[in-house]
Design a protein around this ligand. Structure first.
Ligand code: HEM
Length: 163
């Protein structure tokens, strides 16, 4: 199977060899960074999505969207930069793990949703004016999908180790 080949290749890649050479604490430290990244990512996304779903309407959306988007980007980069070396430590253990096949497509769908929301006219408009009800509904729909995809990614990520 193609994925099994990729996972075997990852384990023997220079990054895998290097990460294992860092010693017994390397996986634990990477996991810590991974969790910090995920909390930063999801904590920020949760605040923004709940606002898009209608909470705290007295706070202008642009005042929430700017800091939460920046923090979510930093969190994602931390999760990515720690997750990739983590997976190379013992990639072959993940062969046949179904949660891997849920987590990564969920992350891909979440990122696609971010891209679609950010290029929508409603998102572009929120920076310069108050939104019309139809625009608010469009962004609320994107926020619902966002919560669904990120929560799926987090749940599957947590379950990987228990397979
Ligand atoms: C995109 C690059 C990523 C890679 C390569 C990656 C890889 C990994 C690996 C190898 C593990 C350890 C699995 C195990 O227990 O054996 C893990 C754990 C986890 N990942 Fe990721 N991950 C990535 C991004 C993310 C993102 C964006 C999220 C959240 C949306 C996430 C959520 C989780 C969670 C919740 C855990 C369990 C942590 C724990 O409880 O120890 N990951 N990830």
């Amino acid at each position: 199977m193609a994925l099994a080949h990729v996972l075997t290749w990852l384990e023997h890649s220079p990054l895998g060899v290097f990460t294992r050479s860092l010693g017994v604490w390397s996986y634990g430290v990477l996991n810590l960074v991974h969790i910090l990244g995920i909390t930063l990512l999801f904590g920020s996304i949760l605040l923004l999505d709940v606002r898009l779903l209608g909470a705290w309407r007295q706070i202008p959306l642009a005042q929430i969207s700017r800091p939460t988007t920046t923090m979510a980007q930093i969190g994602f980069v931390l999760a990515l930069c720690s997750g990739i070396p983590m997976i190379t430590v013992k990639s072959s253990d993940y062969i046949g793990n179904p949660f891997l096949l849920i987590k990564f497509p969920a992350i891909a769908l979440a990122l696609l949703n971010v891209w679609l929301v950010h290029r929508s006219p409603a998102w572009q408009a929120h920076r310069v004016r108050a939104l019309m009800p139809a625009e608010q509904r469009r962004l609320a729909f994107g926020a619902s999908l966002s919560l669904l995809f990120w929560l799926t990614a987090i749940s599957a990520g947590r379950m990987i180790g228990y397979w």
